[in-house]
Design a protein around this ligand. Structure first.
Ligand SMILES: Nc1nc2c(ncn2[C@@H]2O[C@H](COP(=O)(O)OP(=O)(O)OP(=O)(O)O)[C@@H](O)[C@H]2O)c(=O)[nH]1
Ligand SMILES: [Mg+2]
Length: 453
């Protein structure tokens, strides 16, 4: 395989940039571009050792830096690898990389280092996918889950289920091929129970898909209420910015204002919306339509009510619209005298807070309520989670085949039929873990990666 090189650090100005070289000729190429200060030849460097020296392109001195050597198979890719740390200017790093190309390396494709790690058995496919998630993580929780995933959490869960299926298939095959030589009776009920448990475990994994997505991208939240209820004031309070315009004119917010915040240990994707009301203004009308769409998509709704004014028809319409949804009812403006009838909101919504969106202390109160409502703060994805659409599709198909095998066994279909369905389920699990995956799938997975990873 050709020896590849790429800058592993992001483009831009920084303290240092790292150029990574991997493949059979990595050490030879490093020797061509790097002259150790102590005069010791690069070729004699052992794995996990570093040296300081000069970086050259032919006779031209480019920079000074540090060379780190990894010897196969003890490297990220499983191949001989050299990493050159040079000064982190955009041009300086580019020149060092060009020197590596001149010395025989070829440019690495997106994710090619990780792809080689996969092909050399250093990582499973789900672990490789988790590398991209670790890089993309924007919050502590998702980073922790992706790290567990990178250490093989999902792979272990899938392997456990695959082993169960395999032993079932072996037993069924033995019964089909050598029925007279089997000591015990075939216990259909026992095997059906095992299949039922496999379906349950796959269902649990499939359930983790949405949770993983929420942890990665944030929980979609809509801030809704009638005009002037204080939605934008609340948005600004939670984001700690003046992102939304606040005035005492009804209909101030028209377009959706979106911002991501960390609240109660969770990432929330907040959308401050236009106030719900009938309007002749075509612009505000479009804003109300967009608000209704955001409301439909929201996993959590902040419904804001103005406690200083009696509930209006608009409030009643909103109450009808969101009944049965995941709502945090916010009775706002508690610094003002309360209008009659507001207490009814507490009987309508199980989660109600009384706050003033002008008071910074309200942030803590809202954070506590959000974390209690979503329960995501207590989420445990340490035994692995379905992290992307490819994995979800494989797991869903495996689950359906396992469920069909269960029904087949329960309804007395032939063992042949049950065996085929179990094999199909197992196939999908192997596809998920990468043990049986086409080149096409691998290409697609790594196209999500950055160059240099
Ligand atoms: N006294 C008091 N006034 C508040 C409070 N929260 C918001 N306001 C005021 O209420 C008015 C409307 O606030 P906004 O945040 O713009 O209300 P909105 O719901 O976004 O209104 P629209 O964008 O028009 O739908 C502003 O004058 C705010 O200063 C509060 O807790 N107490
Ligand atoms: Mg507003």
């Amino acid at each position: 395989m050709e020896t590849i090189a790429a800058t592993a650090t992001p483009p831009g100005t920084g303290g240092i940039a790292v150029i990574r070289i991997s493949g059979d000729n990595a050490v030879t190429i490093a020797e061509r571009v790097f002259v150790p200060a102590g005069g010791k030849p690069v070729g004699s460097m052992r794995g996990y050792t570093a040296c300081y020296g000069e970086i050259r392109d032919g006779d031209t001195r480019l920079d000074d830096g540090v060379l780190l050597i990894f010897r196969a198979p003890h490297s990220y890719t499983g191949e001989d690898t050299a990493e050159i740390s040079c000064h982190g200017g955009v041009y300086a790093a580019k020149r060092v990389l060009s020197a590596c190309f001149a010395a025989g390396a070829v440019p690495a494709q997106a994710g090619e280092f990780t792809k080689r790690a996969l092909l050399n058995g250093k990582l499973s496919l789900t672990q490789a996918e988790a590398v991209a998630d670790v890089i993309a993580a924007q919050n502590e929780q998702f980073l922790a889950c992706s790290r567990a995933q990178r250490e093989g959490a999902l792979y272990r869960s899938i392997s456990g289920i695959a082993e169960e299926l395999l032993s079932l298939i072996t037993l069924i095959q033995a019964w089909i091929d050598y029925p007279d030589e089997m000591e015990d009776e075939f216990d259909g009920a026992l095997e059906a129970d095992k299949l039922k448990d496999i379906v349950r475990r796959l269902d649990a994994l499939l359930g983790s898909y949405t949770e993983g997505q929420i942890l990665r991208d944030g929980l979609p939240c809509a801030i809704v209420g009638k005009p002037n209820a204080g939605k934008s004031t609340l948005m600004n309070l939670l984001t700690g910015t003046e992102r939304s315009i606040v005035t005492d004119i009804e209909g101030t917010t028209r377009d959706i204002v979106e911002e991501t915040v960390m609240l109660g240990g969770l990432m929330l994707r907040l959308a401050d919306c236009a106030g719900i009301r009938d309007t002749d203004d075509p612009v505000e009308g479009i804003g109300v339509e967009r608000m209704l769409k955001k409301l439909d998509e929201a996993a959590l709704i902040f419904a804001v009510f103005d406690s200083s004014r009696a509930l209006s028809d608009e409030d009643e319409r909103l109450i009808d619209k969101i009944s049965g949804r995941n709502v945090l009812c916010i009775i706002n403006k508690t610094d003002l005298p309360e209008a009659p009838g507001i207490g009814r909101l507490e009987t309508l919504f199980p989660h109600t807070l009384r706050i003033s969106a002008k008071d910074p202390a309200a942030v803590g109160t809202i954070a506590g309520a959000v974390s209690e409502m979503t329960g995501l703060g207590k989420l445990d994805l340490s035994s692995g989670f379905i992290a992307n659409e490819r994995q979800r599709r494989c797991a869903a198909e495996a689950r359906d085949f396992a469920s069909q095998a269960y029904t087949a066994l329960e309804t007395g279909m032939t063992l042949d039929a049950v065996g085929v369905m179990c094999e199909n389920a197992l196939d999908r699990l192997y596809e998920l873990s990468g043990e049986k995956t086409s080149d096409n799938v691998i290409e697609q997975v790594f196209s999500r990666f950055c160059v240099g990873k």
